[in-house]
Design a protein around this ligand. Sequence first.
Ligand SMILES: [Zn+2]
Length: 349
Amino acid sequence: MNYCKKCILPENYPGISFDAEGICNFCRAYQPQKNHLGKEKLVELLRSVKPVGKYDCVVPMSGGKDSSFILYFAVKELGLNPLVVSYDSGFQEEVARANIRTACELLDVDYQVVHSPGDIQRRLLKQNYQLSKRYHIYLDGCMSCEAILRVVSMNAARANQIPFVLWGSSALEGFGANKISVINASGEGQNGSDDRAFFEKIKTITRKPIKILRHIPYYFYNILQRILLKFPIKVALIPGSTPPLSQEKPQFVSFFDYIQWDSISNVSILKEELGWQHPEGKDIRFDCRLHCVGNYNRLDSAGITSDGINFCNMIREGKMSRDEAVNREQKIAERVGEEYQSLVKEILG
Ligand SMILES: [Zn+2]
């Protein structure tokens, strides 16, 4: 197997080609991240609206690295009093739950945990799994967690008259990280997230009326979950849709547009200041047990895990060496099959 000499994409990656130096077209086309706007601009923005209530901003937290750093920065560097909001799908890792609790206690900030109602998330995954088997498409692990986190953050901000949400989407890690060169189960190039690809596929299948019946339980649980989590009704009724990041009341602020954060080398701050922990041998994207689904799908369809695709971006940004990426990718690939199978067992109940 041939690999790009710069990143770690393999020769069977959809749409890949290599130049005379053995460097892939994705590396050649890569646009480095734009310059960060800086702390002063962020402070200026956050001071532009005076908070009415007790909190300055909402910090949505997953218990992973990025959101933990945002909380740390908001309190220690910006002197803010945030309200931490987290969403627990029922598949959150215990260590991630503990990270949120410990960080909030050490920093003395309030936090709210919104739980997926009852057993809905597992039922939804079970329906999703059965459809994916029947139609030879991939199980969608990330479901609508991003949409849910947006909505619960927005609702918490509105209920407490909080003007800002410090949103942690970053181009390198976390939500949206795979938007460059995403592919679907049939190997076609696709620009969008996993769940978007899943819903596009489902849409074409459901055009055949006889098959609609099979999808009813899936849509039922999806819409029910959204209604119970208090989605705006128009968004709730369209499964798979994500509400836009609101620009006022509250305003979503893309934190990593302002502040640079090297998530690989700066973990020590989190460990020392927030009592932050990660599972043995796993220090990125461990906050959700469903994360292995994306890795499994990608490895099967594209020869590299979705974490591996992120590592490629980090190499291109000069934030990770190629050797380290190879090493990490190998470890993830070794255990992902087992993680996936045990998850499926749990989903089927
Ligand atoms: Zn490359």
